[in-house]
Design a protein around this ligand. Structure first.
Ligand code: PGA
Length: 237
């Protein structure tokens, strides 16, 4: 595991964007695993700048997002589909057909989960996966206690996660109770992983990860067994 300590959110975003830039320059048809939340917004802004400057292109890129809420319309203001379009996809030269997020409105959600892992495999597997980390160590929506063997599945959100995510909704009750998330094994299948975390609240999770204990009680700890993970982190107490 490679640890890169940074002094600011912007520095974290730039370092992460640099890794994605190198990936796209080395392999224009990369398969990228993407994430939502406050952590990647700056990195996406930087990638938009680099694409518009002609340094990189998304024309041949295929993307798979980590997760999506169950029950929201695709274009609902709080859906992850909307988040990704507003923060990245609408501003770059990506082919809409190569964008994948789990369908939280699927009539058969179980089948949707199986199909999602199959689509990733058919595309050739994820070259570079972006992750944030929850204060409780969650990755994607894989909360503490999730089996390390999990594939894409439907999860019930914990109250702490629903509270953290309430800022994206008109009122806290509007936060969906369930989501579809890539599982921990689905994430581990990526050839390389970048995890970004900045701020006081995240430091506890980062310190726990640094502690080195691999346990299902702390989902991100599974990454300690992955051969190619970069953690870009910082913040003050
Ligand atoms: P954040 O969320 O980027 O909004 O902090 C990350 C996460 O909880 O996985």
């Amino acid at each position: 595991m490679k640890w890169i300590e940074v002094n600011s959110y912007d520095e974290m975003s730039n370092v992460a964007a640099h890794i994605f830039t190198e990936q796209l320059q080395a392999k224009p048809a990369s398969i990228l695993g993407l994430a939502t939340g406050g952590s990647p917004v700056g990195m996406y802004k930087e990638l938009v700048k680099r694409q518009q400057a002609g340094d990189i292109s998304f024309k041949e890129v295929t993307t798979f997002n980590l997760d999506e809420y169950v029950g929201l319309e695709q274009n609902s203001p709080a859906s992850y589909w909307t988040f990704m379009h507003e923060n990245l996809f609408n501003h770059v030269d990506i082919n809409e057909e190569k964008i994948h997020l789990p369908n939280g409105k699927a009539t058969d959600l179980e089948a949707e989960c199986v199909a999602y892992d199959a689509q990733i495999a058919e595309a050739g597997g994820i070259d570079l996966q972006l992750l944030g980390i929850g204060v409780n160590g969650h990755i994607g929506f894989n909360e503490p206690g999730t089996s390390f063997d999990s594939l894409t599945n439907i999860v019930e959100l914990t109250e702490s996660t629903r509270t953290e995510n309430a800022i994206y909704f008109d009122n806290p009750e509007a936060v969906p109770t369930h989501a579809i998330t890539m599982g921990i094994q689905s994430i581990m299948n990526a050839r390389a992983i970048v995890l970004i975390a900045f701020g006081e609240k995240k430091l506890e999770a980062i310190e726990k990860l640094k502690g080195g204990e691999v346990t299902e009680a702390f989902p991100a700890s599974r990454l300690l067994n992955h051969p190619n993970v970069t953690i870009i982190y910082g913040g003050t107490k």
